[in-house]
Design a protein around this ligand. Structure first.
Ligand code: ZN
Ligand code: ZN
Length: 129
């Protein structure tokens, strides 16, 4: 593994979040000053191809990168845009069982407040009576 790829991988592994490519670039640059944005993007593409990270696509926001590779779905917070994991079992297997044929791809868009925004909302309600 190249030093660049190592730095990108570590950046992804050390964050508890689903980071955007730009955020990964910032984190990788902190470990390996001089690494370019293009190098980070290219390595993310290679890591996705090699199954080391999962790319989470969204229609109206930058893609996120996920180090958790076991089957799970994502919930997006409408307030801060953060992603949370939710485990619903293997949805692909469920879909394939229902349809009786292989499923190429599927998308599930769920919007719900994250824990932080949920708590912030509760605090606001208390202050405003
Ligand atoms: Zn939130
Ligand atoms: Zn995830």
């Amino acid at each position: 593994m190249t030093r660049q790829r190592e730095a990108v991988m570590q950046a992804v592994l050390e964050s508890p979040r689903h980071m955007t490519a730009d955020e990964i670039f910032e984190a990788a640059r902190a470990r390996l000053p001089g690494i370019s944005r293009a190098t980070v993007y290219r390595n993310l593409g290679l890591m996705e191809r090699d199954g080391q990270v999962r790319r989470v696509r969204t229609a109206d926001a930058p893609d996120r990168f996920d180090k958790t590779l076991s089957p799970h779905e994502h919930i997006r917070c409408p307030r801060c845009g953060e992603f949370q994991d939710v485990r619903l079992g293997d949805l692909r297997a469920l879909l394939e069982a229902r349809l009786g044929r292989p499923v190429g791809s599927y998308e599930l868009n769920v919007s719900a407040l994250c824990d932080v925004c949920m708590r912030a909302g509760e605090r606001e309600e208390q202050t405003h009576g």
